[in-house]
Design a protein around this ligand. Sequence first.
Ligand SMILES: Nc1nc2c(ncn2[C@@H]2O[C@H](COP(=O)(O)OP(=O)(O)OP(=O)(O)O)[C@@H](O)[C@H]2O)c(=O)[nH]1
Ligand SMILES: [Mg+2]
Length: 438
Amino acid sequence: MFTELSSKLELIIKKLRGQGKLTENNIKDALKEVRRALLEADVNYKVVKDFISKVEARAIGQEVLKSITPGQQIIKIVYDELTLLLGKDSAGMKYSSSGPTVWMLVGLQGSGKTTACGKLASYYRKKGKTPLLIAADVQRPAAVEQLMILGKSLSIPVYSSKDNPVKICQNGRGKAIEEKLDLVIIDTAGRLHIDEELMKELSLIKKEVSPQEVMLVVDSMTGQDAVNIASSFENKLGIDGIILTKLDGDARGGAALSLLSVAGKPIKYVGTGEKLDALEIFYPDRMASRILGMGDVVTLVEKAQDVISQEEAQKLEKRLQQKAFTLKDFHVQLQQLKKMGSLDSVINLIPGVSGTLKGISMDDKALIRIEAIISSMTDVERMKPHIIDGSRRRRIALGSGTDIQEVNKLLKQFTVMQKMIKDIHKMDLRKLKGIFKF
Ligand SMILES: Nc1nc2c(ncn2[C@@H]2O[C@H](COP(=O)(O)OP(=O)(O)OP(=O)(O)O)[C@@H](O)[C@H]2O)c(=O)[nH]1
Ligand SMILES: [Mg+2]
């Protein structure tokens, strides 16, 4: 997510930090680079222009030039403006005060609507809601079947029938009332392009079912086009918010940064993978710090809380406090991490890591090998990895069906991770905010 933009901005930031004294000229130079990085990330041209002029106006101010840490001041300005660009506060969802809450998902073909329906249903069930999915896509032959399978895998009921989409939605809502289910999520049909027929169908559903939220699902890979799609849906149908999907891909992220200012509607969720737990609530400030390569500790902690039991968390906390984080803990942590989603997505949330771990493959297959290596160690070795000498390495490699290079690599990775975990531990949230304030 935002990998390229992030690494470019990180580089610019590093340069700025390194400069003791800043002049109007080198601020302008740095901002030129920021401008280029944003354009290359496919951010809308007007948005970039506006953004840079705002940052420049603040950065060239006396307050920055006279300050002792001008570099940091500018980073804070960039961070502030980036947050504003993304939406300032996280936009919540609306609920019905009488009867079931209805959310309707719309979007072009393949944008990720059906998947997002499943993700939302699963997410809100964890929060205590009782969801019902409605299959209102009668356009694509296999669409109903797809939602059915998805519902089945989540054990969430799906309503479908052979009626027209409006009728399906009305009856589905009726079923939710009958069965006392409190959250209805409607999966609608997509088209390759925005066409009148689709808009008519969606408008009719909207009119008849009055959903509390009409959410537009947009594929972040569509880049600049995402903005046009959002504007069209807003003009023709009226939407309440956006779910930006496939941010795990190699999208350059420009869509995320342009959507609010151009289409005027907030991003409420982002999809970060094909799995049904790969959904995150969109927080502008957290996203801004992620883009600036500062990581996202809050999301990481929340993700961890979801899967790590309180007791385990306390145990880990204690070990961290004693600075006794060992390969044994690492082994347990790896298993927890696996439950948190793909390793890459988790690793990206850790501050400063994108740079540190670059080039180290953290895919799930690698994880299995890592587990095998740690399993082949003795308990003492796991507690005191420094005793693992050449012959022990050979034995471990043999036992785990790997080779010495891999064992070496793991031990090195572990040292990096140990340091990182200590760093995170040292950095509580106030301090994290402090990074931007000084
Ligand atoms: N990597 C990744 N893939 C996703 C994400 N969301 C959806 N997909 C994939 O994108 C493809 C299309 O997703 P669907 O949910 O079927 O899209 P849709 O909008 O319902 O498509 P139509 O019903 O044909 O209009 C599927 O292969 C999904 O697994 C995401 O956040 N990340
Ligand atoms: Mg679909």
